[in-house]
Every structure is written in structure tokens, then in C-alpha cells.
Design a protein around this ligand. Structure first.
Ligand code: FAD
Length: 399
């Protein structure tokens, strides 16, 4: 196996780099580079989507007929990597990567016409309402109900850990439409406008100073029946499609590479008793290990993207990549915090952007503790590490 990118892919990378330099507004880039919080502001995210859309690149991974770029998986990989390396805001993941593919694969023409252009153009922020108190890993036990009355669903129940719900204009919910069949068969996939009467959103204060996660209470919420995706009772199938898709992209190599580069900046810029962190043998060993692990994961991802033959099903690879990707995110952010020491606590406050950098407080300090703390959740969301291991055991070893 040759561990190097094809010349065409290198050329593609150069083109993407030049494209980003051309279109990413420097102020937005600066805000993203020095942000204290984990997430970009809604305004920056939406504006960035509009800019990408103006160049036909806001949903490059979608099929061409829906506005995608027709790129290979390797090109998409490079595109994501270059966006993050350039400190561009992230996509509105809920719309572009979760709901979008479900909509163009299973949604009615009406829903596709209504929402696909809006997602492409970055009009809305989306929330994903799957988890409930008591129904996380065991999602099939969810209890939020949607009862059809005429041409309206009446929704009652509670969701929890709904990321970004406080700022979301729309959300997609898993709801129970039939209690008489086996749990998986009674679930449906419903699109709901978040300002519909009967919806209450309560933000959950997080240990990292943010309140991005929310509880969503639904009390007699009236939702037009034509906002149900596909067939009633098929929501479980659509959700599995979404989650498998989410896991394949959840190795977050592009993120880890950017953060490792930041960790190296920290190690070069900081010192203990006059010795650069980068020159301390213990830190050097940690850097070497993380770098080797990340490189191994990167090539594993590329092998999956190239559809290299393997005796294991694709879902097994997705679970392995999810586990290793999330573990590495945690190792890298801890490395940043350890290298900064007590300095890492400086921007532990809910203000979006760090004050101007100085010699003592360089940009790279901003947000490190916030990000390290939220990264603990990487082995929980999108399917916990333990549950991924169960999936692997079943797929790979048949039990
Ligand atoms: C930062 C963050 C963002 C999130 N965003 C969203 C969102 O936007 N929308 C949404 O719907 N949900 C979201 N979630 C919820 C997430 O999907 C759930 O937290 C996750 O599925 C785990 O469910 P749970 O929290 O109920 O834990 P539980 O399922 O109760 O699990 C608790 C522990 O038991 C272990 N466990 C459970 N079952 C098994 C088993 N069968 N075998 C072995 N171990 C097991 C788990 O691995 C875990 O360690 C988010 C969570 C976090 C932390």
C-alpha cells in the first residue's frame, strides 16, 4: 500500500485551499480561530453556508441532482480537512449531514421542495430530537407520542440533550405513532417548527460553561401530517440510516489534525522553568504517540473511503472509526490543556470570542478548557463507545 495522496488529489487540495482563501471573510476566520466556545455563532454559520452556496459548495456530499459537487469521497475528505485547517465555521451538521440525506432519500416531493433548498442556502438551524430521559442507547423505547387527528399530529412528550434547540428554527423528531406493534415498528420521523405553540425549550448548563444542550417539552403540539417523512412506522429505519451516516463521518480526522497542530503551537510557545514544552521528553513521547495514532486512523478512513476489500461489513468499520476518532479527540484536547497548564483556565467563561491576544496570552489559549470538557462527550453522542463495541462484537464476531 502506498501511503501518499494521488497527484490529482494534491492538485484538488491546492484548488480548495485557494478557493477558501478567496471566499472566507478574514473577520469570520479570526472569530473562529479565537472563539472561546465550542460552536460557531449561528450568524457566522449561516453566513458561511450562504457564501458556500453562492459557489455551489454548501452541500458537496449530496447527489449532484440535489446540489452536490459530484466529488469522490476522498475529495470530500480533503474539502472538510481544508475548511477546518483554515478555521472556517463548521456546517450546520443537523441540516446538511443528518436531515438532508434522509430527506432526499425518503422524503416526499413536498418536503424535498420545501426544505432541501433552504438547507443548501443555510436558512435554518436544525436540531435533532431523538434522545429522551430513559431512551438514549435504548432509543427504541422512546415514548414521545404523535397521534393523528384528521390531518394533524398531536405531539406530547419530552426530549433531552437536544443540541442547539434553543436557537433552532426547525427540528426533526422521532415520535411514537403506534403503541400496538413492536417498539421499532411504531416510530415515525417528524419535522417540527420550533416556535409551534406547546413547545418549551430549557437549556442545560454545561460543565464547560456553555448551554448548548437542551430539554425540549412538547405539550399538545400540532404538526401538519405532511411533515412526516416517508411512511408512518418507518422512522426507525430512517434514523438508523442517519446514524450510520453520522458515524461514518464521525472519525473527525479533519478536526483532530487541526487541533493537533494547535497543540504543537502550544508546545512550541509555552515552557516550564525555561524549557519549551516541545523539548520535554514526556511531552514529546505523548505527541509522537498521538500523531502516529492519528495517521493510522487517517489511512484507515481513506481505506474505507476507497472501498478496500475487507471481510467485515461497512457498519463495523463505521463503529471502529467512531470509537478511535472520538478517543483521539479526547487525547488531543487533553494534550492541549496539559501543555497549557493553569493558563488553560483563562477563557473559561461564556463569551464567544477571546480578548485580543498578547505575548503572555496567545490566541491558542482561547477556549482550550471549554473544548476539552465538551470533547468528553465525543464517546457518548452519536452512539456511546460501549454500544459501538456491542455493534462491533455482533458484526465482526457474530455475537
Ligand atoms: C454533547 C452531547 C450532544 C448530544 N446531542 C444530541 C442531539 O442533538 N440529539 C439527540 O437526540 N441526542 C443527543 N445526545 C444524546 C446522546 O445521543 C445520548 O446521550 C446517547 O445516546 C447515550 O444515551 P444516554 O445519555 O441516555 O445514556 P445511556 O444509554 O443511559 O447509557 C449510560 C451508560 O450505559 C452504557 N450502556 C447503555 N446501554 C448499554 C449496553 N447495551 N451495553 C453496554 N453499555 C451500555 C452507555 O455506554 C453509557 O456509558 C447528545 C449527547 C451529548 C453528550
Amino acid at each position: 500500500m502506498r501511503l501518499q495522496y494521488d497527484p490529482e488529489l494534491k492538485q484538488f487540495r491546492e484548488e480548495i485551499r485557494a478557493f477558501i482563501t478567496d471566499v472566507l471573510p478574514p473577520e469570520m476566520q479570526e472569530r473562529q480561530r479565537t472563539k472561546v466556545l465550542n460552536n460557531a455563532t449561528v450568524e457566522d454559520q449561516q453566513e458561511w453556508m450562504r457564501i458556500l452556496h453562492a459557489h455551489g459548495r454548501s452541500v458537496p456530499h449530496w447527489p449532484v441532482e440535489y446540489g452536490g459537487c459530484g466529488w469522490t469521497p476522498q475529495q470530500l475528505f480533503v474539502f472538510n480537512e481544508e475548511l477546518y485547517a483554515a478555521d472556517a465555521p463548521e456546517f450546520d451538521w443537523g441540516g446538511t449531514h443528518m436531515l438532508g440525506p434522509v430527506l432526499y432519500t425518503f422524503g416526499s416531493q413536498y418536503l424535498q421542495d420545501k426544505f432541501l433548498p433552504a438547507i443548501r442556502e443555510g436558512h435554518y438551524n436544525w436540531a435533532q430530537g431523538f434522545s429522551e430521559p430513559g431512551s438514549g442507547s435504548d432509543l427504541a423505547s422512546l415514548r414521545t407520542s404523535a397521534e393523528l387527528q384528521g390531518d394533524t399530529y398531536i405531539v406530547n412528550g419530552q426530549k433531552i440533550w437536544t443540541s442547539g434547540a434553543a436557537h433552532a428554527e426547525w427540528a426533526f423528531f422521532l415520535v411514537r405513532t403506534d403503541k400496538t406493534v413492536k417498539p421499532q415498528r411504531g416510530i415515525s420521523f417528524l419535522i417540527v417548527k420550533m416556535d409551534t405553540p406547546g413547545i418549551t425549550v430549557r437549556q442545560i448548563p454545561q460543565i464547560n460553561g456553555e448551554a448548548h444542550l437542551c430539554e425540549v417539552f412538547l405539550e399538545n403540539v400540532e404538526v401538519p401530517a405532511d411533515q412526516l417523512i416517508g411512511e408512518p412506522g418507518m422512522g426507525w429505519t430512517y434514523a438508523k440510516f442517519l446514524l450510520e451516516h453520522e458515524r461514518t463521518t464521525s472519525s473527525f480526522i479533519y478536526w483532530s489534525k487541526r487541533e493537533l497542530a494547535r497543540a504543537k503551537d502550544i508546545a512550541r510557545g509555552e515552557n516550564i522553568d525555561g524549557v519549551r514544552i516541545a523539548d520535554l521528553p514526556a511531552f514529546r513521547a505523548r505527541f509522537a504517540k498521538v500523531e502516529a495514532d492519528l495517521l493510522a486512523l487517517e489511512w484507515s478512513v481513506l481505506r474505507v473511503l476507497a472501498h478496500e476489500e475487507t471481510p467485515f461489513p461497512e457498519a463495523a468499520a463505521a463503529s471502529v472509526l467512531k470509537i478511535r476518532g472520538s478517543e483521539l479527540q479526547q487525547e488531543i484536547t487533553l494534550l492541549q490543556v496539559d501543555a497549557l497548564g493553569a493558563k488553560s483556565l483563562r477563557y473559561f467563561e461564556p463569551s464567544p470570542v477571546a480578548p485580543p491576544a498578547s505575548e503572555i496570552w496567545p490566541d491558542y489559549v482561547a477556549g482550550r478548557t471549554t473544548v476539552a470538557l465538551i470533547t468528553r462527550a465525543a464517546t457518548i453522542y452519536g452512539g456511546t463507545k460501549q454500544v459501538q463495541k456491542n455493534i462491533l462484537a455482533k458484526l465482526a464476531f457474530g455475537r
